[in-house]
Design a protein around this ligand. Structure first.
Ligand code: MN
Length: 289
């Protein structure tokens, strides 16, 4: 028997159609209203339906955005980035993706691979995820004016059951999978200036929470001065001065964040000229305060 042509809902009963449509529409939150995490997950899953329908993931290399084959929803890898930033002062912006933003800390001296060295990390405002790809020049006179380099990038994993609980407690333990930094690290909130009041207490101006960035003891710990040994961009191989020069920035100022020509590390130079990896030359252990 051939299927009967016609509308899904008999025109005779327009009310039936209304009743069928209304309940699903009511599931969506009103514009501007906050929605729960679960509701957002559902929305995101729905939003990818059309994307998935158009693609055969057995053929295309594009990501399916789907839960893992085990059926367990697998959390997507969280990004991390460290941007070397020659603003009014040279610093390294350490950023961890969490809940759709990049949690951010300004680390004046940059990370250290030595577990005995605790590096001050001042929490700053959350940045958008897209900021992780930013390498260029912020115009002088603007907020943070100066050259910005993607010094390292990769993914991170929390070593604790709850990121939110760890942040609230001020003791985040995590593993980095970067091009320069790997292994286990910690961010520990200090009890000094701005150290109280939750990890987002910087809002409202004034005191920003101070944390310490510390390398845990593992096979990736080392006395090497990673910032000096690897001064080049993780995405373009450039120095800060190169970035400034190519983006109309202040080259002289940017260059003060780079090693001097005589101090350029052998390993980085080797990498630039595409030679095979050589062991970094040993460096004298820095004396500590
Ligand atoms: Mn910065």
């Amino acid at each position: 028997m051939p299927p009967r042509p016609g509308p899904a809902y008999p025109q005779k009963f327009p009310l039936l159609r209304l009743f069928t449509v209304a309940p699903s529409a009511s599931l969506e939150a009103a514009p501007g209203r906050p929605i729960s995490d679960r509701a957002r997950e559902r929305q995101n899953a729905m939003a990818l339906n059309e994307y998935r329908k158009k693609r055969r993931f057995s053929v295309t290399p594009e990501p399916s955005g789907k839960a893992s084959a085990t059926g367990k929803p697998k959390a997507p890898a969280l990004k991390f980035v460290i941007q070397k930033h020659r603003a009014s002062h040279l610093h390294y912006d350490f950023r961890l993706e969490w809940k759709g933003v990049l949690l951010s800390w300004a680390v004046p001296k940059g990370p250290s691979l030595d577990p005995a060295v605790k590096r001050l990390a001042m929490q700053v405002e959350d940045h958008p995820i897209e900021y992780a790809g930013f390498e260029g020049v912020i115009p002088e006179g603007e907020y943070g004016g100066g050259a910005v380099m993607v010094w390292d990038e990769g993914t991170w994993e929390c070593e604790q059951p709850s990121v939110d609980a760890a942040l609230a407690k001020g003791d985040l333990k995590f593993t980095l999978h970067g091009k320069k930094l790997t292994g286990s690290w910690a961010l520990v909130r200090t009890h000094g200036y701005g150290g109280h009041g939750g990890y987002r207490s910087y809002s409202g101006g004034g005191a920003k929470p101070s944390w310490l960035l510390i390398k845990h003891r593992d096979e990736y710990a080392s006395a090497d001065d990673i910032a000096a040994l690897k001064p080049f961009s993780a995405v373009s191989g450039r120095l800060l001065a190169d970035i400034a020069r190519e983006n109309g920035g202040n080259v002289e100022k940017a260059a003060t964040g780079d090693p001097t020509a005589t101090d350029l590390p052998a390993k980085a130079t080797a990498k630039r000229s595409n030679r095979t990896k050589s062991k970094p030359r040993p460096r004298a252990r820095r004396s500590r305060k």
